[in-house]
Design a protein around this ligand. Structure first.
Ligand SMILES: [Zn+2]
Ligand SMILES: [Zn+2]
Length: 184
């Protein structure tokens, strides 16, 4: 996707609450990974590298004094497993629910948590999406719950091949028993 095409997609992601029609606004877009990670667009930092674009759909509608935004997103990110250190694609998805109010300080007693935005109420759906990804971010991830990790002695990836180390090493479950027998 060229810079000009990214610019077109980006323009669809910015709107003003004050200019919202009574029907509200719906979107159902794929945000290209290049645009998502481009620091030249938006102000929120993009988390890590994506394997593919982000599916991002939702709607925003005026609800009395405030604006309610509901959305859904999903994507895949390139991550490193904390056990075996392999690179893998992590699927992530989330639901987004926000409320905005125009130019008023949120009431502390308000049951609904509101983001206050100065008129005309600019909303940037790219930055909002990045925030949602950060909220869902897990610092420690494994490629699979069954991941066996690396051998502590030879450093081999135990998912790919079995090494002989654990059969002789001191971390063998019966190594301690051997010492007890010698001491008694
Ligand atoms: Zn792993
Ligand atoms: Zn080993």
């Amino acid at each position: 996707m060229s810079g000009a095409e990214e610019q077109v997609v980006y323009q669809q992601l910015i709107f003003r609450l004050q200019e919202l029609s009574p029907q509200g606004r719906q979107w159902n877009l794929e945000i290209p990974e290049g645009l998502f990670g481009d620091a030249g667009f938006g102000e929120v930092d993009a988390p890590a590298s994506l394997c593919k674009g982000v599916q991002w759909k939702g709607n925003v509608i005026a609800q009395g004094d405030f604006f309610g935004l509901q959305g859904k997103w999903s994507t895949e990110l390139v991550r490193h497993c904390v056990r075996c250190n392999s690179e893998f694609a992590l699927y992530m998805e989330g639901d987004c629910s926000r409320h905005f109010q125009l130019g008023v300080e949120p009431d502390a007693d308000d049951a609904v948590e509101c983001d206050s935005v100065a008129p005309p109420g600019s909303v940037n759906l790219l930055d909002l999406l990045r925030e949602e990804l950060w909220l869902a971010w897990k610092p420690m991830v494994v490629c699979s719950e069954a991941c066996k990790g690396l051998c502590q002695q030879c450093g081999g990836n135990l998912n790919r091949h079995e090494c002989k180390c654990s059969q002789h090493g001191s971390d063998h479950p019966f190594a301690a028993l051997k010492n007890i027998r010698f001491n008694s």
